[in-house]
Write a protein that binds this ligand. Structure first.
Ligand SMILES: [Zn+2]
Ligand SMILES: [Zn+2]
Length: 309
């Protein structure tokens, strides 16, 4: 393996975004405009407003250098188990009228809806652990682009928002699912001092993805997600990650552990405290190599797999 393999291009922009958010258009506590602006003001580059079972075109809500990707969160069921699925729009045009409500009444209807719209939308399995799913419930589904490995809202509220094991099980099964971290923010808990932005207990700004793109556009962001040219994070930043000559190379913000994983127990690590780069010899990885960077607060950044074959 003399070739350098990488998901992130060497040059380009890093764009930070939240693919899962709620507003007063469903059960969130902030208006769509106020909610979206709060992310722009925090330095995010893009957001998808994914209200429950409701599609709305917010393209009139223009903010400089900030990208709104249309989407919605569908409640349905698959294999008779309740699921929440995020639909993230790939292109400019939607088959749905702004203001459309959705209602799924069976697993067959949900599955049919997904198959019908999978070319126009990325479909992400949201918070499988919080949804009380087990891996066999979704092991045969072939249209997921990604799985929420981290859903900050349900980490905060119920400590049930961590679903890395679903993703790993899917990777071992051969699915090329991407790892998504998001907020699922509702900006609730209004009784707190400092609400909505300066209170400590807030289900926003705690899980995101950073995509590596050539340009600042919806099209480039979608392409990067589809290609795995991004990382998911609840804290650390990753600056580079590649594989060359049986070594994995990574650079990141200061973390205590960098763990390199693959399809089996071929796990290796570099430990800190406060390390910002590592060169780690691979341990017989045949199919893929990925990394998790964990900081001193236990916050994690996940790369997507680099495929070796
Ligand atoms: Zn949900
Ligand atoms: Zn949600």
């Amino acid at each position: 393996m003399a070739m350098e393999l990488r998901n992130f291009s060497k040059d380009g922009l890093w764009l930070k975004g939240n693919l899962h958010s709620h507003s007063t258009a469903s059960d969130g506590d902030l208006s769509p405009e106020m909610m979206v602006r709060s992310f722009a003001e925090r330095g995010y580059d893009f957001i998808s407003v994914t209200d429950h079972n409701y599609y709305h075109d917010y393209s009139d809500l223009k903010i400089d250098n900030f990208i709104l990707i249309p989407g919605f969160e569908l409640s349905g069921s698959l294999n008779e188990k309740p699921v929440h699925l995020n639909f993230i729009q790939k292109g400019k045009h939607s088959p749905f009228e702004s203001g459309t409500h959705f209602k799924m009444s069976s697993s067959e209807e949900t599955d049919e809806f997904c198959r019908k719209h999978k070319d126009d939308y990325l479909i992400i399995l949201n918070h499988p652990n919080w949804s009380l799913l087990e891996f066999p419930d979704i092991a045969n589904i072939d249209y997921f682009t990604g799985v929420e490995v981290y859903n900050w809202g349900t980490v905060l509220g119920e400590n049930m928002g961590e679903s890395t094991h679903f993703w790993e099980s899917g990777l071992r099964r051969g699915w090329k699912w991407k790892a998504i971290a998001s907020d699922d923010n509702h900006h609730g808990y209004v009784e707190q001092e400092g609400w909505p932005f300066n209170c400590w207990y807030i289900d926003a700004y705690g899980g995101w993805i950073c995509v590596r793109t050539e340009e600042r556009s919806q099209e480039a962001i979608i392409k990067a997600i589809e290609n795995g040219s991004f990382y998911a994070s609840s804290g650390p930043e990753i600056y580079d990650f590649y594989v060359k000559d049986n070594y994995a190379y990574i650079s990141c913000s200061p973390v205590d552990r960098i763990i390199i994983k693959g399809e089996y127990r071929n796990i290796r690590r570099a430990i800190g405290p406060g390390i910002t780069e590592a060169k780690i010899e691979l341990r017989g990885n045949k199919e893929f190599v990925r990394a998790e960077c964990i900081d001193s607060n236990g916050k994690v950044a996940w790369t997507n797999p680099i495929y070796l074959v």
